[in-house]
Ligand binder design. Structure first.
Ligand code: BGC
Length: 729
């Protein structure tokens, strides 16, 4: 459907106040079906006869609005009566809120409008079509302000009256209307308020016990005209006071104006990243029962579980899940709290593998990749964030732009759906071609702007970039993306000779340039991890040993940033150093994954030391406590610890590769994965000096089980394998 009705808006355009639209529809005949299509330049809430028509929120979702906006379809047959009132409340949403952190901020537009079509089919076969036009009326609501970063102001004294005819707007923006593609965004877990904290600064703070993305639903009673405020924060500072400096310019503030009776309220067009709220000018004694935190995210199906004998690892796993829930809000965002909340491409590619073990992300990522393709620059470059609200800033960085290749390939592995490759192949190819023509030589990428090993601990003082050379990273990812492009092309039956030839040249150039004499020039963990995982050396044994030595000599600490972290443990375990990988995984002091767990984290942190060992916080400029990137280790939990892996020759887990790396510091491990062929499971325990591994292969699937240095080919069903622990794996 290209068209619903006309775009209509409030006639007297008031920048911040949210408007509501209504249309009365009287029906004489018996209705057999009624479907309501709605979209908005903005964000909308539909309502029919005083009832919600959906349990989804934040429609129409976030897309490359200048090119396409989703519309939604609701079956409202059961809600219809003889006399009906259709209502749509409209806020700015992602369309009209300021986005990005670089002033002047990006806004898609300021002409917020709705567009709708009601299609009613009667028993006698006739139809009635009601579309948005100037027969709709509009009025202002009590939502005086609502923006994504800054929160909402709600005056509970105001209920819409003063209805006037809606204005028909220009239809000239040229965006296409497309049916809902992504997952619906829904309210999911609810967290009751756990405790009230009176801070040393005498603030009244409520702790919900879980850092999350969403909003607080409140009940409040105060004298009419009284203003009460709720501030949102993720952590308390080292003295135990409320902390929200890391929000940068985002206010994350909800203000309610009371009306002399009890008001129940939750925000409509904004979300916050928080675990704590701070109450300002609360008009009554604080009763915890009046507050509830609601987690809001794309309603993906949970497909994976992981559990083991180490409770801290289990908490880390939960934190990874919460990192995903908090940042899979229609687009894969970096964080949900400060003035970013954007679809950073690098973060998405770093985490997509772990993400696809946790939840079914096929629909979620298909939609995002559709936008990524629309945002690809004419020269094949890829913006740093999608949907792109920062223009050329940070565009086409290695490891970020490579999301164009890595994400479709990972979806193909996880779901075995060739259409993902078909849809994205040209975009993948154009990205590789873009790189090819950077700089003087086709086989290296040694120019341009790159984010490097973002937030690597081996960064030089004052830099956000780890010390691995940017050109090494760029050329390594160039090789990797080219290798995946070749696989994708072959799967689609294309002739990939040209790219095979190119790949050989990139690989040789990498070895020549960065591995003189067979040793890595950069003595960093990330350089070693990439070289091993991307297969960019002739003798892996030596490089793996060097990596293990680097780690041991550095006191068994990881140093990697966004780029190296996803591959570090794989590079170790796949090359005979699983014990070192486990040393890193199970390490509890800084720097490590479990360090944040010991600090009470309930999500993944942006920095290994978001809260430093002495309790001080990392600079407020860049310190999110809800960034999923380091949660990439989740794929090592499923794939290496439990041993469940996809096989690119029979993707979607039609053939499963079970390859567990065990360690006696764990007594047992269990993981399950719901695939389109059925439920896969793997569990192991260590008992009587034996390693006992049990797997389940769904009907119609096959598997290779690697154990005891051997590969056992098995069919569907339950299989139990054991091995004495003195033997090598
Ligand atoms: C974001 C990241 C992102 C990075 C780019 C940050 O501000 O939060 O997660 O990938 O910038 O370097």
């Amino acid at each position: 459907m290209e068209k619903l009705g006309k775009w209509i808006s409030a006639k007297e355009f008031q920048d911040n106040i949210c408007s509501v639209f209504r249309r009365e529809v009287n029906l004489q005949n018996k209705v057999t079906k009624a479907v309501w299509f709605v979209t908005a330049r903005g964000m909308y809430v539909p309502n029919l006869n005083g009832k919600a028509v959906t349990d989804a929120v934040f429609m129409p979702g976030w897309t490359t609005y200048q090119k396409r906006i989703q519309f939604q379809e609701y079956d409202v047959t059961d809600l219809l009566k003889e006399r009906n009132v259709f209502k749509i409340t409209l806020g700015k949403g992602w369309y009209g809120s300021r986005l990005g952190w670089i002033p002047p901020y990006h806004r898609y537009g300021d002409s917020y409008a709705i567009n709708t079509h009601i299609l009613i089919t009667f028993e006698d076969g006739t139809e009635e079509n009601i579309v948005s036009d100037n027969t709709w009326e509009t009025a202002y609501t009590g939502i005086l302000f609502s923006e994504i970063y800054d929160g909402e102001v709600f005056d509970s004294r105001i209920s819409p009256d003063n209805w006037s005819d809606a204005a028909v707007c220009e239809d000239s923006y040229g965006e296409e209307l497309v049916p809902q593609e992504g997952e619906w965004i829904k309210e999911r877990e609810m967290f009751p308020a756990q405790k009230i904290i009176k801070t040393p600064k005498n603030e009244t703070v409520i702790d919900f016990g879980q850092n999350l993305t969403g909003y607080v639903s409140v009940r409040i009673f105060g004298p009419t005209g009284h203003h009460a405020k709720i501030l949102h924060g993720e952590v308390l500072d080292s003295s135990g006071n409320f902390y929200n400096e890391n929000l940068r310019t985002a206010k994350q503030q909800v203000e309610i104006i009371c009306n002399g009776s009890t008001v129940e309220y939750k925000p409509h067009f904004t979300f916050q990243g928080f675990r704590y709220i701070c109450l300002i000018d609360w008009p009554e004694d604080v009763n915890l029962d009046n507050f509830q935190a609601i987690a809001v995210y794309s309603d993906m199906e949970r497909v994976g579980t992981f559990h083991c004998s180490n409770e801290k690892l289990n908490r880390l796993y939960e934190n990874i899940l919460w990192g995903q829930r908090s940042n899979f809000l229609d687009v894969p965002t970096d964080c949900p709290q400060r003035d970013e909340r954007c679809g950073w491409t690098g973060d998405a590619q770093v985490f997509i593998k772990a993400a696809s073990y946790n939840f079914d992300v096929s629909r979620f990522f298909k939609k995002w990749l559709n936008d990524l393709r629309l945002e690809q620059f004419d020269d094949g470059g890829i913006p740093a964030i999608v949907p792109n609200v920062i223009g050329q800033n940070g565009a086409s960085s290695s490891a970020w732009g490579d999301a164009a290749v890595i994400c479709p390939w990972q979806l193909y592995l996880a779901y075995g759906d060739r259409t993902i490759l078909e849809d994205n192949f040209e975009c993948m190819r154009r990205w590789v071609e873009f790189i090819r023509y950077q700089g003087e030589f086709e086989e290296t990428w040694d120019v341009g702007h790159h984010f490097g090993d973002w937030l690597g601990l081996d960064a030089l003082e004052g830099s956000y970039k780890g010390s691995t050379s940017e050109n090494l990273i760029a050329t390594a990812f160039y090789a990797y993306s080219t290798s995946l492009l070749i696989k994708a092309g072959k799967e689609l039956g294309r002739d990939m000779c040209e790219y095979e030839f190119l790949y050989d040249r990139i690989r040789s150039a990498y070895i020549r340039e960065y591995l003189p004499g067979g040793l890595l020039r950069d003595k960093t963990q990330t350089a070693h991890a990439l070289t091993l995982y991307f297969d960019l050396c002739d003798s892996k044994g030596k490089i793996a040993r060097d990596l293990a030595d680097l780690i041991k000599d550095g006191g068994n600490c990881l140093q990697t940033g966004f780029v190296g972290t996803p591959y570090l443990l794989h590079a170790l375990s796949e090359n005979g150093y699983e014990e070192v990988a486990y040393d890193l995984l199970l390490r509890e002091s800084y720097p490590s994954w479990l360090y944040s767990v010991n600090q009470g984290a309930t999500t993944m942190w942006e920095h290994w030391d978001g809260i430093k060992p002495d309790g001080q916080l990392w600079s407020a400029e860049m310190n999110s406590f809800n960034h999923y990137a380091y949660g990439a280790v989740g794929d090592w939990l499923y794939g290496a610890v439990a041993g469940i892996n996809a096989d690119e020759r029979a993707p979607g887990f039609r053939h499963i590769v079970f390859r567990p790396f065990f360690d006696s510091r764990l007594l047992y491990v269990k993981a399950t994965l719901k695939t389109k062929y059925g439920n896969v499971s793997a569990k192991w325990k260590i008992q009587d000096n034996r390693f006992i591994y049990e797997v389940y292969v769904p009907e119609g699937c096959t598997a290779s089980v690697y154990m005891d240095g051997m590969c056992h080919e098995v069919n569907s069903g339950c299989h139990k394998l054991t091995m004495g622990l003195n033997k090598a794996q």
